[in-house]
Write a protein that binds this ligand. Structure first.
Ligand SMILES: Nc1ncnc2c1ncn2[C@@H]1O[C@H](COP(=O)(O)OP(=O)(O)OP(=O)(O)O)[C@@H](O)[C@H]1O
Length: 479
């Protein structure tokens, strides 16, 4: 990769064999960088950094030739059901400016490729397409972005990977128990490319956590392509910072353990599925229901709006569904105030050395109680501005039962870079645990959101979420 400082930012080269002049505008702000090529004054091509996936050498025998991989957003499908941000494209570039190659060439083998042993009978690369996530774009992203890229970059054909489409809300859990967990326990290194929102990830995590791991357990590496609604994990880990739908991170990222929290519940807790119509038992350990999460455990406004907006009708609106449900909760149709959530909230603070020194929050009713491991719950909604990607710190955001206008004003500050965190009405701190003892008659107000899943707690029940849990997988994140 040569000396980039003294290398020219302009070169005479070729694009797909046609002579051009390349100019690389390498501004300090990486978001502003751009490759421009001029064939003649009337024909100018340009690629902005947000669209570039990677630059890869074509062959050692043609050292000047590179394949430039990018997402073309101008030819995206117009069909609203399957519309995706762009399609995968590439061109052959000869004699690119060296600094451009330096900035976009992946460092050696991508981490998922090292897990790709073609000599074995069963592929260790799994593609999981969650067809029910977000607005249903995962299949189109697979067909028009990921599949052509894998074929182009490493000549991967169908026999080289196992492709799984979800057909129900149980698919990812079943797949993990039947294959990923078994193989990992046998010491097999696996890579999983997951096209889903946070829900697919929490399904994998909980299935991997469902039994004792063997001593030879090898953590699967998961590359997340953000195809959900909120995509909290992807937004917070920097996977979605461009137009490549996570493809750049897949090729250029490195792996880091995904931090988790564990939520335990009083015995009657149930997972709500099928738009809240059906209930499922949670996994139990010594009779205590429990679930793991990597994103959020909440009660109050956030949990209610996630639960209320999880219907086919609301899902059509993408991330707007959260705002729509929030309005219905903050301005009830009968003109009353938002519901004051009754219960006792206690926290375990990191500075307290004494074990189980739960300290109560001095309030009997609440508007918003949310513990999170991530900074953003959806793009631009910075619920925890102090959180750094995968720092493993649980932070609590809470406020009392305020009226609709006040709640909206606080939420707006979260969209304004997380300014709510310094609002006097809001409590914000790092914690090791949060415990909620519910004092609500109506089950509607006893719903907990755990990474987008909704868990119903019984009358007089409780939930406790704590950090300090051993990780079970690695997430591929921006290096
Ligand atoms: N074909 C399917 N049929 C029924 N349910 C499905 C299907 N595919 C996926 N699901 C379920 O749909 C849910 C989708 O959750 P996911 O988190 O991936 O998307 P989201 O809720 O839109 O995004 P986010 O959680 O990031 O806001 C998961 O619970 C998953 O199990």
């Amino acid at each position: 990769m040569g000396n980039t400082e003294s290398s020219p930012l302009s070169t005479a080269g070729k694009v797909d064999g046609r002579p051009v002049t390349f100019t690389y505008h390498r501004r300090d702000d990486i978001d502003e960088r751009e490759l421009i090529w001029t064939e003649n004054p009337a024909s100018i091509g340009r690629l902005s950094t947000k669209d570039i996936i990677a630059v890869i050498p074509i062959h050692t025998q043609v050292p000047d030739d590179y394949s430039v991989l990018y997402v073309d957003s101008t030819t995206a499908t117009k069909d609203t059901k399957t519309s995706i941000p762009g399609v995968f494209k590439s061109f052959v570039a000869t004699k690119l400016p060296q600094p451009f190659i330096h900035d976009y060439q992946p460092p050696g083998n991508a981490c998922w490729q090292t897990r790709q042993d073609k000599s074995e009978g069963f592929p260790n690369l799994h593609i999981v397409v969650s067809t029910g996530s977000g607005t249903g774009q995962a299949e189109a992203v697979w067909e028009q972005m990921l599949k052509p890229m894998l074929r182009h970059v490493c000549s991967l054909e169908a026999k080289d990977y196992a492709l799984h489409f979800t057909t129900s809300e149980y698919t990812v859990t079943d797949l993990t128990c039947d294959i990923f967990l078994k193989q990992a326990n046998l010491g097999v290194a696996q890579a999983i490319v997951l096209l889903s929102g946070d829900g697919g990830m929490v399904d994998i995590v909980n299935a991997l956590k469902s039994e004792q791991l063997s001593r030879s357990y090898v953590k699967p590496s998961v590359a997340l392509l953000p195809l959900g609604t909120g995509n909290a994990l992807a937004n917070s880990a920097g996977i979605t910072g461009d137009n490549t739908m996570g493809l750049k991170t897949l090729l250029q990222g490195s792996q880091e353990e995904l931090p988790l929290f564990c939520a335990t519940f009083s015995p009657g807790a149930r997972l709500l599925v099928n738009e809240g119509r059906d209930e499922r038992l949670l996994h139990t350990v010594d009779g205590t229901p429990l679930a793991h999460g990597a994103v959020v455990c909440s009660w109050g406004l956030h949990a209610s709006l996630v639960a209320d907006s999880d219907s086919a009708e609301y899902r059509k609106f993408g991330a707007e569904r959260f705002g729509m449900a929030a309005k219905d909760l903050l301005y009830p149709a009968d003109g009353s105030s938002p519901h004051p959530y009754k219960g006792k909230v206690s926290v375990l603070r990191p500075s307290n050395n004494a074990k189980d020194d739960w300290q109560p929050i001095d309030r009997d009713t609440h508007g918003y109680v949310l513990a999170t491991l991530v900074s953003q719950l959806e793009k631009g909604f910075t619920i925890s501005p102090a959180s750094k990607p995968l720092d493993g710190k649980l932070r609590l955001v809470h406020f009392g039962p305020v009226n609709g206008e006040e709640a909206m004003a606080i939420m707006k500050k979260a969209y304004d870079g997380g300014k709510h965190a310094t609002d006097d009405r809001v409590g914000y701190e790092e914690i090791e645990g949060v415990r909620i003892q519910f004092n609500e008659e109506d089950e509607r107000w006893r719903r907990i959101c755990l990474d987008g899943k909704v868990i119903q707690v019984e009358r007089g029940g409780w939930v406790e979420a704590k950090t300090g849990v051993k990780g079970v997988l690695s997430l591929i994140v921006r290096s």
